[in-house]
Design a protein around this ligand. Structure first.
Ligand SMILES: [Zn+2]
Length: 168
């Protein structure tokens, strides 16, 4: 329901095109850019923290110390064709079809990974927690933490819009 009018309009534009100054244009979608939760929602697939949540390969995740991990780096890649044929039934939500399936676009190749959730809020946030509060063998010394923090405040702050909320 959320995307129906958008998809309907795109179908129409792809089929009949758009006339501008007597010239016919046929728009194409290059990429669908969204964050990981939205991606799971619009594609009708499991979330990025689920056992079958990797949108680029078909490995089953492994929980290690209460964290979902995807340790393999060379598992079977997902393809537009195996998405379309719903080859991995654990990946697709039951009886949910993505409205984007009605368009002629690759739902694996044309939907990039979400850098914010996977890298910034995923891997890098965990690294920061380990460096600040982790076990003694990985934790940074207080003096190094303060130097890194001061460096961020002095050099990075000028690159961040003031609308961003300050760290708590
Ligand atoms: Zn993967």
């Amino acid at each position: 329901m959320f995307l129906d009018m958008f998809i309907y309009e795109l179908e129409d534009l792809q089929l009949r095109g758009l006339s501008i100054n007597n010239e016919q244009f046929f728009p194409k979608i290059s990429k669908i850019i969204c964050d990981a939760p939205a991606k799971s929602f619009i594609l009708g697939v499991k979330g990025h923290t689920g056992y079958h949540g990797c949108t680029k390969c078909m490995q089953e995740g492994e929980v290690i110390k209460s964290r979902m991990t995807f340790p393999e780096t060379s598992n079977n890649p997902r393809t537009d064709e195996n998405f379309q044929n719903k080859v991995d039934e654990n990946y697709h939500k039951v009886n949910i079809h993505s409205p984007f399936e009605r368009l002629n676009i690759g739902l694996v190749s044309q939907v990039p990974l979400d850098y914010m959730h996977l890298v910034c809020l995923g891997v890098f946030k965990r690294l920061l927690i380990f460096w600040i509060k982790g076990a003694k063998d990985v934790r940074m010394k207080q003096i190094d933490l303060e130097a890194a923090s001061a460096d961020l405040v002095n050099n990075f702050r000028q690159c961040v819009p003031k609308e961003f909320s300050p760290p708590t």
